[in-house]
Design a protein around this ligand. Structure first.
Ligand code: GEK
Length: 246
């Protein structure tokens, strides 16, 4: 069986569009690649860099984690990037529909690095002996009160010199600039053929589900967790990706 993930995202378009908070269900999994491409500026660049960083940082005999793997785009980028011997990738997501499709996608990709796709809450995961950890647009979905503990568990489970890649939607401290960045993001979605109705319904669905923080808050959390250095390597409107070294 092959996962059909080629659907066009019309989830918030029709009369039948469900109200209520956003959930990572079967309907979302089916259109997910199209949804991310049309909604997250910089998404493709983040995936490309994850491959390049895996080549540099994955060390022999270590583990590489993809936390909130969805359909495994970052997992496969790591898998294709890793040059070191005896690495294994652990990809984790708590949405059953994502995990089922991710397993199918990983199975038809026959690169040598072993991948284990686990259905679990990343807050319950034991992270150990990691040379690379990726959280590509996932921390933003955890309650804010759980984020410090999550990032500390990542730092504690990493080898010295390992790399942590974290991508997030962020909010600016300056309300005027925040309004500008939001407008620019909305224009990006309009250019990608989302209607005003789709945009406003999706926004309502994500309210309180996706809670963005400032870049400063992310930097402080990384430092407190024990990362020796961190830098923003990508920014497109209010979407950023940071790289942190253990
Ligand atoms: C990509 N990284 O393509 N435990 C496990 N998974 C979770 C949890 C949790 N507590 N909370 C949310 N998720 C991917 C994209 S999407 C980003 C990541 C987005 C999962 C959730 O089920 C979803 O699959 C993923 O985190 C976030 O690079 O949809 O904007």
């Amino acid at each position: 069986m092959t996962a059909d993930t080629t659907g066009k995202d019309r989830l918030f378009a029709g009369e039948s569009a469900a109200g209520g908070p956003f959930v990572f269900n079967e309907a979302v999994a089916r259109v997910f690649p199209d949804m991310l491409r049309r909604s997250i500026p910089g998404y493709a660049a983040s995936i490309e860099a994850i491959g390049a960083l895996a080549r540099r940082y994955a060390s022999p005999g270590s583990r590489c984690y993809d936390l909130g793997c969805s359909l495994g785009a970052a997992t496969l980028a790591m898998r294709h990037g890793i040059a070191a011997e005896d690495c294994r990738i652990i990809a984790v997501d708590n949405a059953a529909a994502m995990v089922a499709r991710c397993r199918e996608i990983v199975a038809v990709d026959d690169t040598r690095v072993p991948v284990e796709v686990r259905e679990a809450d990343i807050r319950d995961l034991e992270i150990r002996d990691a040379s690379m950890v990726v959280m590509n647009y996932t921390l933003q979905f955890l309650p804010v009160r759980d984020r410090d503990r999550m990032v500390r568990a990542i730092a504690d489970g990493m080898r010295p010199g390992g790399v942590f890649v974290i991508s997030e939607k962020v909010v600016d401290e300056d309300p005027e600039l925040e309004a500008l960045l939001i407008e620019m993001h909305l224009d990006f979605k309009r250019q990608n053929a989302y209607s005003e109705l789709e945009i406003s319904r999706k926004r309502a669905a994500l309210d309180k589900v996706l809670v963005p923080e400032t870049v400063a808050a992310h930097r402080a959390r990384l430092k407190n967790a024990g990362f020796s250095r961190a830098a923003v390597w990508l920014r497109h409107f209010n979407f950023v990706s940071l790289v942190a070294i253990r």
